[in-house]
Design a protein around this ligand. Structure first.
Ligand SMILES: Cc1ncc(C[n+]2csc(CCOP(=O)(O)OP(=O)(O)O)c2C)c(N)n1
Ligand SMILES: [Mg+2]
Length: 363
């Protein structure tokens, strides 16, 4: 092993966090973060759409938390609050016919890909008007019409599925790409490594986005992963990878655009590590005793929505009035989604076995 390799490994293996072992962004990313977002190149319409989507999913999920506490949403419910820039920035770079597949923390990505907030909220309420007809709930949102392929509850399960979808696109000679989101705890699964190997070997148009929010349930990354800079793992497969500040929506968009270009033009996969943070517990039933309020507040200071609001305001793209108008519009959209969910009927008992792919045991 060369001394250079040894040195890199030693550096990577050193937990960079404090008492909790939480990772800060690597030094170069920290500089980028504090320096500025990338220069703005997008037109106003695109920027307003991105802003609107981030705010919509933030307010939508605040309402989810409220409805869950009132007992209107049952089962598990994992919120994305704090991570919005990752999903919105990445999906904003896609074409409508591209695919998105993700984990159970997917309300925001589902809405951004084009499922209506009404259909997502109704699904959380377990109602017939939900995008999975009330049978999936929070963790299993699907809509083939917008190429949103779930919503998967098994950690890492979506990674080989995404690889298969990308294989199909290449086989059929379409130029569609697949965006696959997963948490950093999924990276320790064998399925991640098997997928990376085949995607690079077979040159598949798949973009793997690791949302490194630094915790898998209550376990910090430092306690569970030997090489904690996830992007570096791509070198084992000779795959291109990139580290991105996941609190910066435009940085996410640019990195995804670069990956899409590689995927569409040359059928090449990419691994993106987006370092981010979730403000809420792992799920609604998590009291979060494994981390401090100070740690959460540290990340809230760099809140992706607040930062983007300031950027757009500073550049004269959104006035104070525009910001207030969008806030009011979003509030109305969320209220309408709740009303839709409340008024939507319960699934009919006759629907029990439709679209269920388990064979009943035959006697
Ligand atoms: C194969 C498997 N093992 C364990 C679990 C239980 N589990 C649910 S979420 C989770 C943590 C996943 O963390 P991460 O991948 O970082 O995603 P995040 O929740 O942070 O978005 C675990 C261990 C599961 N659902 N599937
Ligand atoms: Mg995580």
């Amino acid at each position: 092993m060369s001394s250079q390799t040894t040195e890199r490994r030693e550096k990577s293996n050193t937990p960079a966090g404090g008492a909790t072992g939480v990772l800060d962004p690597p030094a170069e990313a920290e500089n980028q973060t504090h320096r500025q977002s990338p220069p703005i190149e997008e037109d106003r319409q695109t920027l307003v759409k991105i802003y609107h989507q981030m705010l919509l999913i933030r307010r939508f999920e605040e309402k989810c938390a409220e409805s869950y506490s009132l007992g209107k949403i049952g089962g598990f419910c994992h919120l994305y609050i704090g991570q919005e820039a990752v999903g919105v920035g990445a999906i904003s770079a896609l074409r409508d016919d591209d695919y998105v597949i993700t984990s159970y923390r997917e309300h925001g990505q589902a809405i951004t890909k084009g499922i209506s907030p009404d259909a997502v909220m109704a699904e959380l309420y377990g109602k017939a008007g939900g995008c999975s007809h009330g049978k999936g709930g929070s963790m299993h949102l699907f809509d083939k019409r917008v190429n949103f392929l779930g919503g998967h509850g098994i950690v890492g399960a979506q990674i080989p599925l995404a690889t298969g979808v990308a294989f199909a696109s290449k086989y059929k000679e379409t130029d569609q790409v697949t965006l696959c989101f997963f948490g950093e705890a999924a990276v320790n699964q064998g399925a991640f490594h098997e997928s990376m190997n085949l995607a690079q070997l077979w040159k598949l148009p798949c973009i793997y986005i690791c949302e490194n929010n630094q915790y898998g349930m209550g376990t910090s990354l430092a306690r569970a992963m030997s090489l904690q800079n996830v992007a570096e793992k791509a070198c084992a497969y000779e795959m291109v990878s990139e580290f991105v500040d996941g609190m910066d929506v435009l940085a996410m968009r640019r990195a995804t655009q670069r990956a899409i270009k590689r995927a569409r033009e040359n059928y090449l996969p990419t691994l993106i590590e987006a370092r981010t943070y979730r403000y809420m517990g792992h799920s609604m039933s998590d009291p979060g005793n494994y981390r401090t309020r100070a740690e959460i507040e540290k990340y809230q200071k760099r809140d992706p929505i607040k930062t983007f609001t300031a950027t757009l305001n500073d550049h004269g793209i959104l006035s104070d009035k525009d910001i207030a108008d969008i806030e009011a519009q979003v509030k109305a959209e969320v209220e309408r989604a709740v009303l839709f969910a409340e008024e939507s009927p319960e699934p009919d008992p006759s629907e029990l076995y439709t679209n269920v792919y388990a064979n009943p045991i035959e006697n």
